[in-house]
Design a protein around this ligand. Structure first.
Ligand SMILES: C[S@@+](CC[C@H](N)C(=O)[O-])C[C@H]1O[C@@H](n2cnc3c(N)ncnc32)[C@H](O)[C@@H]1O
Length: 165
């Protein structure tokens, strides 16, 4: 099991927020300042240069950033020791259904967990959303390939095949 953290600055609607629902089920620790996130945590950041891959297995925790773009672009985030972007995947949530890369926090957590070999935990977090399992079905093929890749370079090569489709 990998510990999950989320930084939330309340810039998005709490009624629609996937992290809030995860918090209710005790699946994630939500913090309101980045200083409360352990420095060893891997931050999921779509703007990071390196893609998440099985080479990152062994990280003690993962953090999603539920916040405005200004925070994502802050010095604290840009200088964070480990930041990773997720490779090409398609959203299953009702707001961005079928759109690539625009994942909700729970989808981002689930994808990261699968790539890091924690499939059961991925299913557990998605199980609280009625569209949740659909995310794994929609992305079954790329997720299986990413999870079997050696490193970030291989993940990026696999992603290129899916993006070209
Ligand atoms: C911008 S927030 C939006 C959250 C949304 N309002 C919700 O209720 O879940 C989504 C977070 O998930 C993670 N995420 C989403 N797509 C990602 C990607 N392609 N690569 C890395 N992280 C991603 C990031 O931590 C990102 O900040």
């Amino acid at each position: 099991m990998i510990r999950l953290f989320a930084f939330r600055d309340n810039s998005c609607d709490p009624r629609k927020c996937t992290v809030k629902r995860m918090e209710k089920w005790g699946q994630v620790k939500v913090v309101d300042t980045l200083t409360r996130i352990p420095r060893s945590s891997l931050i999921l950041d779509p703007t990071a240069e390196r893609a998440l891959s099985p080479a990152d297995r062994g990280v003690p925790s993962i953090t999603a950033l539920d916040c405005s773009w200004e925070v994502l672009d802050s010095v604290t985030v840009r200088r964070w020791p480990t930041r990773r972007a997720l490779p090409y995947l398609v959203a299953a949530n009702p707001v961005n259904f079928g759109r690539p890369l625009r994942l909700t926090s729970v989808e981002a957590f689930a994808a990261a967990l699968v790539i890091l070999g924690e499939d059961e935990q991925a299913r557990e977090v998605l199980s609280k959303f009625n569209w949740g399992m659909h995310f794994l079905e929609l992305n079954a093929d790329p997720l299986a390939e990413y999870a079997a890749a050696k490193d970030s370079t291989e993940v990026v090569a696999i992603q290129a095949l899916y993006m070209g489709e």
